[in-house]
Design a protein around this ligand. Structure first.
Ligand SMILES: *Cc1c(COP(=O)(O)O)cnc(C)c1O
Length: 377
């Protein structure tokens, strides 16, 4: 028998919780699949979701994929890149793994201390004649400095591919984040702001790139018996597309609910000595995907891990996103010392993401803030 260690709370609060559409709505959405028996390979739900996402995100071409990681690999394949890709190590492993798995060499650029995106002042110095692309990350939904990145990319003829896994629905001055760069990857994993259980998308500007990507995600086939190249399989199925259609109908309420909790965190934690919050970027409409705090021990006398443990003891599951740096994995054999990206290293040692999801109550956010404040004050 498993002993219950905490008896005064019935449920552990996790860092995230999947949004669910009404059960009946999903049942209605998948009913036609029993009639058509068309379950995958660009079916009706797939086509409908691609169109709905283009409209919602304000983009022209959205290629749905089985998950965000495969979408990223499909983008690299679509552009047929060789050589070095400048990226950041302060991200989920998927970003770096996609570069490595496509036979490309990651070059790690540091991040800035304000919003944790790529430091554009350190970027240009990393360009060599082998550089083919820049892959920045809109980490936590904070948007990268696209104008500065574009200038450097244009100067050296580089592709800009955004890992926009955190930036679903984020807008800057009315422009959708997914429309930035030559391509953007979105993740629709169950834990993300918008999800299709598992899923993702590659967003492009041209019909040609979209069609190449469609071949990449379907074995490289251009006809029933004709192969253009040896592609993999990264197609989204109809059940996942149906989940996406349902979730998209509720996305605005879902983001509003996240917003309420995030605002409460900000209100309570703003100005607490030793606790740094991510900046609110000017002109940016956030999706409230994550709520990171950075714990500075020399100011508040406590480490990030002590805050993590204090929350854990009260059955709150915060997470160390992102620790360790993706450049420090064993398989790189120490090729990328953390000193090369000192800010990324520092933030990764100090950052903690607090629980944030649709339906997280203001009372729970308050309880979490109480634990943090009583520890550090
Ligand atoms: C979730 C995530 C991915 C991968 O997406 P999946 O859909 O899980 O494959 C890539 N990059 C970042 C930053 C992510 O958070």
């Amino acid at each position: 028998m498993i002993e219950k260690t905490v008896d005064y709370l019935d449920e552990r609060i996790l860092v995230t919780r999947s949004s669910m559409p009404p059960f009946e709505e999903y049942m209605e959405e998948i009913r036609p699949l029993w009639e058509t028996r068309w379950l995958t390979n660009s079916g009706a739900k797939h086509r409908e979701l691609e169109a709905a996402l283009c409209a919602y995100l304000g983009v022209s071409h959205t290629a749905l994929c089985v998950n965000g990681h495969q979408a990223l690999e499909c983008i690299l394949e679509t552009f047929d890149l060789k050589g070095e890709v400048i990226t950041t190590p302060f991200t989920f492993v998927s970003t770096t793994n996609a570069i490595v798995r496509k036979g490309l060499t990651p070059v790690f650029c540091d991040i800035n201390e304000r919003d944790f995106t790529i430091d554009v002042d350190k970027l240009e110095a990393l360009v060599t004649e082998k550089t083919c692309a820049i892959m920045p990350v809109h980490v936590y939904g904070n948007l990268c400095d696209d104008a500065a990145i574009r200038r450097i990319a244009d100067k050296y003829g580089l592709k800009v591919i955004y890992d926009a896994a955190h930036a679903f629905g984020v807008k800057k001055n009315g422009v959708g984040a997914a429309s930035l760069g030559d391509a953007s990857m979105l993740s629709f994993h169950a834990t993300k702001v918008f999800h299709t259980v598992e899923g993702g998308a590659a967003v492009f500007h041209t019909q040609e790139d979209y069609e190449t990507c469609n071949r990449c995600k379907s074995f490289g086939m251009i006809g029933p018996e004709e192969l253009a190249f040896a592609g993999g399989n990264a197609k989204m199925n109809e059940f996942c597309a149906a989940m996406g259609l349902c979730n998209l109908r509720h996305i605005d309420e879902s983001i509003a609910s996240r917003r309420a909790a995030a605002m409460r965190y900000r209100e309570r934690l703003e100005g607490v000595v030793g606790i740094q919050l991510s900046v609110e970027q000017e002109g940016v409409e956030s999706n409230y995907a994550y709520f990171p705090i950075v714990v500075h021990p020399e100011q508040c006398g406590h480490t990030r891990d002590e805050v993590l443990q204090a929350l854990d003891a009260q059955n709150i599951g915060a997470r160390r996103y992102f620790f360790p740096l993706t450049s420090s994995v064993e398989s790189f054999g120490g090729a990328y010392p953390a000193e090369n990206t000192p800010i990324a290293d520092k933030i990764s040692q100090r950052v903690l993401c607090l629980p944030l999801y649709e339906g997280l109550s203001v009372e729970t956010a308050d309880r979490i803030c109480d634990i943090i404040i009583s520890l550090v004050r």
